[in-house]
Write a protein that binds this ligand. Sequence first.
Ligand SMILES: *[C@@H]1O[C@H](CO)[C@@H](O)[C@H](O)[C@H]1NC(C)=O
Ligand SMILES: *[C@@H]1O[C@H](CO)[C@@H](O)[C@H](O)[C@H]1NC(C)=O
Ligand SMILES: *[C@@H]1O[C@H](CO)[C@@H](O)[C@H](O)[C@H]1NC(C)=O
Ligand SMILES: *[C@@H]1O[C@H](CO)[C@@H](O)[C@H](O)[C@H]1NC(C)=O
Ligand SMILES: *[C@@H]1O[C@H](CO)[C@@H](O)[C@H](O)[C@H]1NC(C)=O
Length: 475
Amino acid sequence: MASYSSICCLLLVFMLVSCTRGESPYRFFNWNVTYGDIYPLGVKQQGILINGQFPGPSIEAVTNDNLIISVFNALDEPFLISWNGVQQRRNSWQDGVYGTNCPISPGKNFTYVLQVKDQIGSYFYFPSLAFHKAAGGYGGIKIASRPLIPVPFDPPAGDFTILAGDWYKKNHTDLKAILDSGSDLPFPDGLVINGRGSNANTFTVDQGKTYRFRISNVGISTSINFRIQGHKMLLVEVEGTHTLQNTYDSLDIHLGQSYSVLVRADQPPQGYYIVISTRFTSQVLSATSVLHYSNSAGSVSGPPPGGPTTQIDWSLEQARSLRRNLTASGPRPNPQGSYHYGLINTTHTIRLQNTGPTINGKQRYAVNSVSFIPADTPLKLADYFKIPGVFSVRSIPENPTGGGAYLQTSVMAADFRGFAEVVFENPEDTLQSWHIDGHNFFAVGMDGGDWTPASRLTYNLRDTISRCTVQLCLV
Ligand SMILES: *[C@@H]1O[C@H](CO)[C@@H](O)[C@H](O)[C@H]1NC(C)=O
Ligand SMILES: *[C@@H]1O[C@H](CO)[C@@H](O)[C@H](O)[C@H]1NC(C)=O
Ligand SMILES: *[C@@H]1O[C@H](CO)[C@@H](O)[C@H](O)[C@H]1NC(C)=O
Ligand SMILES: *[C@@H]1O[C@H](CO)[C@@H](O)[C@H](O)[C@H]1NC(C)=O
Ligand SMILES: *[C@@H]1O[C@H](CO)[C@@H](O)[C@H](O)[C@H]1NC(C)=O
């Protein structure tokens, strides 16, 4: 078997806190989800639109806001939206994931009631069922700090959202059929930025001013590298953590991850390429947009800048350079460092190993040999109404077994108010992204080779970032 890449995380299991209602503003959204024609790679495809838009409308909120999002499903299939990185502390069952949330039936509506309690930062939402994400249905989420909370950088002159990722010309039902026939997904047909191919987007800036770019990888299968010709990027925030403000020429962004950077328009006035390209693929796909200086008539010139050619070590090094600014405020005025996550005693260690078996002739993912299948009754409902026979707790091993893969409505146990150490292990020869839905975790260690208890000596227990999605590189 190949060598492992492991990642260790301290998973913060959020306690149920009682919140005072009433003070935070309510924001109302009415969304209609329909099919409609889109042309991301120049050919007509049936996309999933929200209020006629692809990508869908942005959600802009302030810490603690209540979001009341009414979604009408005008598709001919059940539909569900997941709020990537938004922690559902009060209504965890509304997270938009099969198993906890009922799909919205065709012709029906559902109103999500979410509170972005104690959150700041950049995220995105996406459809979580049936490969719908391959047809669109995603959009950006920005959560600003409350007015009196200090932010560790000056307000930017503009704030741009970049939803970038791979794209297939095959539709979501055809992609699903490929997996169900036992094959892997094909290589993507291209990359898109905000739903469009190369040079279709222009971001206009005033010379001398500084802008915030929030970049998310909304793709299906590949990591991307992001860069802007002739410009440095100052990293300021990753999935709700204010980071040490390091400068980067380019950033690797793995599936499901979000980064925000400040870019100063400090170059001679002309056009500059904004580039994304695939990482760790033998064939490299790329797509460009244009950074346009408002005082320039010039367009882009020269070839778009190339991405990093080094493979994993560079990327791993970059991932380790993401650090929490301990003295900056987060969603609350107290400094992010006052939390001292490294002093928390964990109550539990869980090792999760992903594999990609075929089960009954279908290509599936499994965790510790178990591939999840939804039950007819959503698990949260079964739990709430104490309906027997729907699932059993501890129906997935807490360590890799090495055994053959099987289907199961798997449920793992966690301790109320406990803190778990989670080790992710990837023996596959492809990079994997792990997302712990509805939670943030501290990514304390990341390396190749097998994880052992001695790996704990290398953990960053001081200033790592907490995030919702972490990558497992291949080594
Ligand atoms: C959603 O859009 C479809 C197609 O345009 C329309 O038939 C339907 O009435 C709309 N539903 C709502 C709730 O707006
Ligand atoms: C949403 O569903 C409720 C019933 O659950 C219905 O009363 C309401 O009219 C529906 N709204 C829309 C826009 O379809
Ligand atoms: C960390 O945040 C503090 C407080 O806002 C700020 O003064 C400092 O420049 C930041 N340091 C780095 C390295 O980003
Ligand atoms: C996807 O494309 C296939 C043809 O390749 C077509 O039969 C199918 O209806 C399409 N599915 C959707 C949801 O558009
Ligand atoms: C962790 O455990 C040690 C040893 O039992 C104890 O001294 C310490 O107070 C605990 N830390 C926390 C934050 O509970």
